[in-house]
Ligand binder design. Structure first.
Ligand code: GTP
Ligand code: SPV
Ligand code: MN
Length: 581
């Protein structure tokens, strides 16, 4: 018996399913699953004329986003999880969580979902196997990963796979746990059928477990989009950008911009996760381990993200959007008036107040459907990064863009990122929190050590990417967003590329290098000169107020905090005190 078969037999003895079904990932299997889900109401058919091959899924109203407070790292030592993760000892997990799996699949089918994270044939690809009782998860994993026979073929009789155990349980948040065992490289998830809680290849494997593999093996698993930027004449650059959940990765990765007419082209390599490795040439190389997009729906319209809109025009699973009586999906920002008789995300007649689509409603769609997909998106070796971009959602404080002085300073900039919380996770929205490298909810080990790993990895790069920070979300005194965002973000990317090439004007500030006003292309933007100044402004008082917050955050890591980061903080404090502005 192969190791994977032995494991499935073992867990089935506890889960007690009525049937075990090994998924091959084929069309016939998918059609059968869809038929069953249409029959039992897990899926609703959408209008075959305007949304061919599309379905709507409504998740349980208490199960609409990741639940960070129910997500745990179960390393033997608490210190291994660090101060920013919830920790549970493996023994406690066995006591509190394992019993929730006992008999959980009675009356249900246990689906075995073998999948590959990483491009086909890539030396960096890794196999996972998810056992689940949710056909919606199976259909979603088929889109999000290379699923089925291809994964079993790659695995053969090896025991080198990440086992993930998933059951919907009773969907009660009181009996919901997402537990990661980094040492054993396994995952348990019970009580949620939603997104990153349930599609175990994504955040659980490709970020939390993979980040620990990456620490041990000298690479990085990051919450980053990867985009390709072609300049007139054909010169091509790749950028990785880490923004927290629902802060603009998908949108930036699919950017469409007026300067396209002048020969600038942005293409998409990935929209959420990047696995990064030092190459023999001293550069940092990136692959997208996913095969699909699980993207935020609201705000996706013809003016903001036409590429996403085209991508999701067919063969898409929509989760928690609104729908017309005729089966036309609708959401805020779609760029159309709401149709008459609209049903909200819970299927209730919409009275016009509040959001009709859930703020964290999502599309699940194959990456190959994206018109802007890069020809190199499945390159087995990945693509070499010219720049890494960190960014957050900050109404104040952070300017539109600045560049770090070097890799070490770039790690400091990433480690001290602040961002307002969004609907991608349960809890209050709009609260500023530290979200280092956009990995706060996704780093599978002590983040102090993670910062050290970033520093060490950088030392091995002869040609490290330049590191930038952006903020598309600065507001004016009236609370209005100043920067138009979306397609116009290309202007900021072009300044970065100029900097990478050793050109592009910049002024030194205590936080790093900010464009001087004349070196950004503002042409045609309806911005006053005071608005431009506000966008680029580094206000000493605001940054002085950040220092004690950063210090308090750093102190939580105790001896795990690399010395270099304390030094960078001291430098920032000193420069803020001496700067004349
Ligand atoms: P996850 O999938 O949760 O990791 O999120 P993401 O980082 O891919 O976020 P996404 O691109 O889906 O954007 C989330 C929300 O921010 C959407 O409602 C977008 O419309 C909005 N958004 C994205 N880019 C911009 C921008 O440049 N400006 C403004 N104002 N809003 C933006
Ligand atoms: C995120 O929250 O960062 C996501 C969505 O990309 S989920 O897969 O639900 O985590
Ligand atoms: Mn994400």
């Amino acid at each position: 018996m192969k190791p994977v078969e032995r494991w499935v037999e073992e867990v089935a003895a506890t889960l007690l399913p009525d049937r075990v079904s090994w998924c091959d990932g084929g069309d016939a299997e998918n059609a059968r699953l869809v038929e069953g889900m249409l029959a039992d109401g897990t899926l609703h058919a959408l209008d075959p004329r305007t949304a061919p091959g599309c379905y709507l899924h409504r998740s349980h109203p208490t199960d609409v986003a990741r639940t960070e407070h129910l997500t745990f790292i179960a390393s033997p030592a608490r210190e291994a999880a660090g101060p920013t993760n919830n920790w549970m000892s493996p023994a406690e997990a066995r006591q509190r969580v394992w019993p929730l799996f006992a008999g959980a699949m009675k009356g249900r089918t246990l689906y075995v979902v073998p999948y590959v994270m990483g491009p086909p044939g890539s030396p960096f690809a890794r196999v996972g196997v998810e056992v689940t009782d949710s056909p919606y998860v199976v259909a979603s994993m088929r889109i999000m990963t290379r699923m089925g026979r291809v994964a079993l073929d790659q695995l053969g009789s090896s025991e080198d796979f990440v086992p993930g155990l998933h059951s919907l349980g009773d969907l009660s948040p009181d009996r919901r746990f997402i537990v990661h065992f980094p040492e054993e490289r396994r995952i348990w998830s019970v009580g949620s059928g939603y997104g990153g809680n349930a599609l175990l290849g994504k955040k659980c494997f490709a970020l939390r477990i993979a980040s620990t593999m990456a620490r041990d093996q000298g690479w990085l698993a990051e919450h980053m989009l990867i985009l390709e930027l072609e300049l007139p004449g054909g010169e091509t650059h790749y950028l990785g950008a880490a923004f927290p959940s629902a802060c603009g990765k998908t949108n930036l990765a699919m950017l469409v911009s007026p300067p396209a007419a002048q020969g600038y082209k942005v293409r998409t390599v990935g929209d959420d996760i990047a696995w990064l490795r030092p190459g023999h040439d001293g550069r940092l190389w990136a692959v997208n381990p996913e095969a699909g997009f699980f993207g935020v729906v609201p705000g996706t319209g013809p003016a903001t993200n036409p590429n996403a809109l085209a991508t999701i025009s067919h063969d898409t699973i929509f989760t928690n959007v609104a729908v017309s009586p005729g089966g036309i999906p609708w959401w805020e920002g779609k760029g159309q008036d709401p149709p008459a008789g609209l049903l909200d995300w819970q299927g209730r007649p919409w009275d016009g107040s509040g959001m009709a689509a859930h703020p964290n409603s999502r599309f699940t769609v194959a990456a190959r459907q994206c018109p802007s997909i890069s020809p190199r998106w499945e390159d087995p070796q990945g693509v070499p990064l010219s720049a890494i971009v960190f960014g957050g959602r900050r109404a104040r404080v952070a300017p539109l863009v600045f560049q770090s002085r070097d890799w070490q300073h770039g790690v400091f900039v990433g480690a001290t990122m602040g961002s307002e919380t969004t609907a991608a996770t349960t809890g209050r929205v709009g609260v500023v929190r530290r979200d280092p490298m956009a990995m706060l909810p996704f780093c599978g080990y002590n983040m102090g050590d993670y910062f050290g790993h970033w520093l060490e990895l950088g030392r091995s790069l002869a040609r490290p990417p330049a590191v930038f920070h952006v903020n598309w979300f600065r507001t004016d005194a009236a609370g209005r967003l100043v920067w138009p965002g979306f397609g116009d973000n290309l202007r900021v990317l072009l300044w970065m590329i100029e900097r990478v090439k050793g050109r592009g004007g910049a002024v030194e500030t205590p936080i790093g290098l900010v464009p001087d006003e004349s070196s950004l292309d503002w042409g045609g933007l309806p911005l006053s000169s005071s608005e431009k100044r506000l966008l680029l402004k580094v206000e000493r008082g605001e940054w002085e107020a950040e220092v004690p917050e950063i210090r308090a955050f750093f102190e939580r890591f105790g001896s795990h905090l690399p010395r270099e980061l304390s030094e960078s903080l001291q430098t920032l404090e000193r420069d803020l005190a001496t700067v004349t502005a």
